[in-house]
Design a binder for this molecule. Structure first.
Ligand SMILES: Nc1nc(=O)c2c([nH]1)NC[C@@H]1CN(c3ccc(C(=O)N[C@@H](CCC(=O)O)C(=O)O)cc3)C=[N+]21
Length: 305
């Protein structure tokens, strides 16, 4: 054997295939869409894109393509990068009033001159496809979702669905979340600690001392800090489930396509028991649950929920 050869390694982790789980969800949604159409209601999803950021255009395009594939109506709204606060708010008001739009998202990030919080707060909470409107997050904190039907945050719901659909039981497990952002770190503990899931959660962040000490105690790691390879193999308990939610884009100095990195180092596959790849893990789940939120909103208007 040549000395320059890499040591023999074995990826022992079960792959948490987000494309496969998302395909399952979409097949289920397709039937629910057909049932709504039989009642004369076609669920409509809209996106608001301000400015032409190429990554955002790609993501928005993906959402529309997949929504159409399961029979939904898709409404694509675009404003120029220099759109005013009033123009964006007028578009929000239009979608709130449009009975053909059952749910929508405002693609983030918005250009810096706009007041993002004011725009997101203006969305009708019943049409909040992201599940991140203050009213809906408040209901999540109050844990009234069972009584008042309200959309749940897509990415946290996607992480949990990905585990559950792979037969992983979270009951009594210790989940360590890396990152405290609004997309994943802040909302996911609220879902994980509901009685029907019953996990125990530690949230870590840039102020955490000795992150590795917490990670090594985790049965499940949810990495959503947006820091390239912050979760390393030596910090993962053998057999743990590791979900990679992070996205870090690095421009290619040679001028090629930007490279995308997750929060989880590739060597983790040799230690973890379950691992969500990135891409192909939580990303497709987020999109599937975005569509789920809109179909559920349409079902509520139809009195089917
Ligand atoms: N209001 C709002 N809601 C969002 O949900 C939202 C947003 N703004 N702004 C941007 C982020 C990013 N995001 C992604 C969703 C799916 C993939 C996804 O499916 N990615 C594929 C790869 C796609 C590719 O790059 O080829 C994967 O992980 O396999 C990626 C990124 C949603 N976001």
């Amino acid at each position: 054997m040549s000395e320059t050869m890499a040591p023999q390694t074995e990826n022992r982790a079960v792959v948490l295939d987000g494309r496969a789980a998302a395909a399952e969800i979409k097949a289920e949604l397709e039937e629910r869409v057909a049932a709504l159409k039989a009642k004369g209601i076609t669920p409509g999803i809209a996106t608001v894109l301000v400015g032409g950021d190429p990554a955002s255009q790609l993501y928005v395009g993906m959402k529309h393509k997949q929504s159409k594939a399961i029979g939904m109506n898709s409404i694509q709204k675009e404003l120029p990068a220099d759109a005013t606060q009033a123009e964006v708010e007028a578009l929000i008001d239009e979608l709130n009033a449009d009975p053909g739009c059952h749910g929508y998202i405002v693609q983030l990030p918005l250009p810096k001159h706009l007041d993002t919080d004011a725009i997101l707060e203006r969305i009708d909470p019943a049409k909040d496809a992201d599940g991140l409107h203050p009213t809906n997050l408040g209901r999540l904190v109050l844990n009234v979702n069972g009584k008042i039907d309200t959309p749940l945050p897509c990415t946290p719901r996607g992480v949990i669905e990905l585990l559950v659909r792979n037969g992983y039981d979270l009951k009594g497990k210790h989940v360590v979340v890396v990152g405290r952002g609004v997309t994943i770190g802040r909302p996911i503990p609220l879902l994980l600690t509901r009685r029907e899931i019953n996990a125990t959660v530690t949230i870590t962040h840039t102020g955490t001392e000795d992150l590795g000490r917490h990670l090594r105690e985790a049965d499940v790691i949810v990495a959503g800090a947006g820091v390239k390879h912050i979760v390393k193999a030596e910090d993962v308990k053998p057999g743990a489930a590791v979900l990679d939610v992070g996205v870090t884009r690095e421009d290619d100095p040679e001028g090629g396509k930007p490279k995308v990195f997750g929060d989880v180092h590739p060597d983790v596959a040799q230690v973890a028991g379950y691992l969500s790849p990135n891409p192909g893990g939580v990303g497709p789940m987020t999109v599937a649950l975005l569509m789920t939120n809109v179909v559920e909103a349409a079902e509520r208007t139809a009195g089917l929920a």
